[in-house]
Design a protein around this ligand. Structure first.
Ligand SMILES: Cc1cc2nc3c(=O)[nH]c(=O)nc-3n(C[C@H](O)[C@H](O)[C@H](O)COP(=O)(O)O)c2cc1C
Length: 305
């Protein structure tokens, strides 16, 4: 049986619904020896800021039960070096490249980042990271406030026709309210979830295991929360969802698609098995064939309750 595996998100056309999550795949070059990168549905880059960032002090990661904490703090080379040194490699791959961007001091930085990326044809889409728990200002995250989310997405929407994705935080009361703001302001899709805030303590030293204290929890520990949030947004807001949070294998990727995700992103699992995303692509194809599903779109949000 011939199965259709392609999906669309805004103007983006993906050959398959599997991408890699921001910050867990670098700028892809590091992974080229492990897999044929062209097989991925899309690549989302590590978040870029206008200026280079050193990130937070070490230790910045630690293992937890069924997951990990990180407080990398958006270490990145900044926009100029990214465009000069990292983008040419990504361009050669010929698959959609989604550039994740964040502001450091004030939201206006998003406008400069997006207006410059907008001119580059190799940039397929832009993901607004308004949900990094490791760089939050005094007023919290943009994605914790529906009005602030609306405002920034609307301003960015005015200056780009490229596919716009807004990455949401799970550290909120109602993720659907934030997703609705993003949609109403013109976002083509939402990515969810970013990490949940957490803490781990070294009891002998009575110090946090992460230098910054609070960090972002990822991995299988957060999967049920992420699946529930995808399901809530799918039911309450009509906007394509890129689902992520603890996807470790084909079964967990399928949970997200059945809950309502049009595409899935692989994060922490890349650190355990760098080839996992292409293995999941193979597993999804096998599932569709075995269940005689002609088109992956039939599976999206097909949860029976
Ligand atoms: C080490 C690490 C670095 C991350 N860096 C970023 C980042 O730069 N930008 C971003 O939007 N998300 C970042 N994330 C969040 C992931 O993209 C993803 O949303 C989250 O980890 C949940 O997925 P997972 O459980 O599959 O890892 C990072 C996650 C980890 C573990």
């Amino acid at each position: 049986m011939k199965t259709n595996f392609s999906i669309e998100i805004g103007k983006l056309k993906l050959n398959n619904p599997v991408m890699v999550a921001s910050g867990t795949f670098g700028y892809a070059e590091e992974f080229q020896d492990f897999m044929d990168l062209k097989k991925l549905g899309a690549i989302v880059t590590k978040t870029i800021t206008l200026k280079p960032r050193k990130g937070n002090p070490s230790p910045r990661t630690c293992e937890t039960a069924a997951g990990m904490l990180n407080s990398i703090g958006l270490e990145n080379p900044g926009l100029d070096i990214f465009i000069k040194d990292k983008l040419p490699f990504l361009k050669k791959l010929g698959i959609p490249i989604i550039i994740s961007v964040a502001s450091e001091e004030e939201p206006g930085e998003f406008l400069e980042l997006v207006s410059r990326l907008n001119k580059l044809e190799e940039v397929a889409a832009i993901e607004l990271n308004i949900s990094c728990p490791n760089v939050q200002g005094k007023e919290g995250l943009i994605s914790q406030d529906p009005e602030a989310t609306y405002k920034i997405v609307q301003e960015v929407r005015k200056i780009t026709d490229k596919t716009l994705i807004t990455k949401l935080s799970p550290n909120v009361t109602s993720i659907a309210d934030i997703a609705r703001s993003a949609k109403d302001a013109g976002s083509d899709a939402v990515s969810l979830i970013n990490t949940l805030t957490g803490m781990s303590i070294d009891i002998e030293q009575r110090k946090p295991k992460i230098a910054a204290g609070i960090a972002g929890l990822s991995g299988p520990a957060i999967r049920p929360i992420a699946v529930r949030m995808v399901w809530e947004v799918f039911n309450k807001v009509k906007i394509p969802i890129i689902g992520m949070g603890g996807i470790m294998d084909v079964q967990s990727a399928l949970e997200f698609i059945i809950a309502g995700a049009s595409a899935v992103s692989i994060g922490t699992a890349n650190f355990i098995n760098p080839k996992i995303s292409v293995e999941i692509i193979g597993g999804l194809k096998e599932y569709l064939t075995r269940n005689k599903i002609a088109d992956i779109k039939e599976l999206i949000g097909s949860l029976k309750i």
